[in-house]
Write a protein that binds this ligand. Structure first.
Ligand SMILES: [Zn+2]
Ligand SMILES: [Zn+2]
Length: 264
């Protein structure tokens, strides 16, 4: 089945309108522009390359074993409300529930309007979903990202289970194929896996999870990140935030192409 268009048109409108009313004033669409933002992760770059340094290094080391496509939905900006949202949705305090609902709407609106764009780009429908598990051993209970992703994708698609390997240092952010393992009952062979991440900072954990799916013979991997983390105090990010991220979040701006798109 296709990812987009699962809701009736009225349901889709309700979700996008609610999302716009609640959060478009402070969320920002990602910018896809050659030599302005990284072609993989959409971080601002000042470079004669089209990838940021980190994505270039991973590309050099792992090549086609990395995710086929990385789709951040918005920017999480440190010190701004979008940054607060990405931290606070994981809190155990009361606002977390509301913020989880908000992020579920962000995700559901993106899948509804642009799930078909992801499938079109890779030439095949998504077959299953999973998420980047926590590498911290002190986290107990259901991961908040699982709560959010399951609400948006879980009804339509089967879930694949990834687990963090036990021997690794959670502080270490390098991309490596042994950071995660596939659960014994999770078969990814010849499937297009949608891999959810909450905040993409270096991409190390998300790309490590993509490598694990690849080693399990997944046909395609798309990483869908709720937010690409930005630190405005680091050049050229500050200038990019103030000059380019001036417009409110529009759910119809395509997170795959950067163009306005109805997704139909
Ligand atoms: Zn990058
Ligand atoms: Zn689209």
């Amino acid at each position: 089945m296709s990812l987009g268009g699962r809701l009736l048109a009225t349901g889709r409108t309700t979700i996008t309108e609610r999302l716009v009313a609640e959060a478009s004033g402070y969320l920002r669409n990602v910018v896809h522009e050659s030599y302005m933002t990284c072609a993989v992760c959409a971080t601002p770059i000042k470079s004669t390359f089209d990838l940021c340094l980190r994505c270039r290094r991973d590309q050099h080391e792992f090549g086609d074993d990395l995710a086929d496509l990385v789709v951040p939905l918005c920017y999480g900006i440190r010190g701004r409300q979008s940054g607060y949202l990405m931290h606070s949705y994981k809190d155990l305090e009361a606002p977390a529930k509301h913020n989880q609902t908000l992020l579920s709407m962000l995700l559901l609106a993106a899948l509804e309007c642009h799930g078909g764009c992801i499938e079109h780009r890779l030439g095949r429908n998504v077959d299953a979903w999973t998420f980047v598990p926590s590498v911290r051993s002190d986290r107990t209970g259901e991961h908040p990202l699982h709560v959010v992703a399951k609400r948006a994708a879980g009804v339509a698609l089967p879930e694949i289970e990834l687990m963090a390997a036990e021997h690794l240092d959670p502080q270490q952010r390098t991309t490596r194929a042994d950071r995660f393992i596939l659960a014994a009952n999770s078969d990814v062979r010849d499937r297009h896996i949608l891999l959810f991440e909450d905040t993409w900072t270096s991409g190390g954990n998300a790309q490590s999870a993509a490598l694990t799916l690849r080693r399990g013979d997944a046909a395609s991997v798309t990483i869908l990140a709720l937010a690409r983390w930005l630190k405005p105090e680091e050049p050229p990010t500050g200038e990019f935030v103030s000059s380019r991220l001036t417009e409110d979040y529009d759910p119809l701006v395509c997170p795959v192409s950067g163009q306005h798109c109805s997704g139909d």
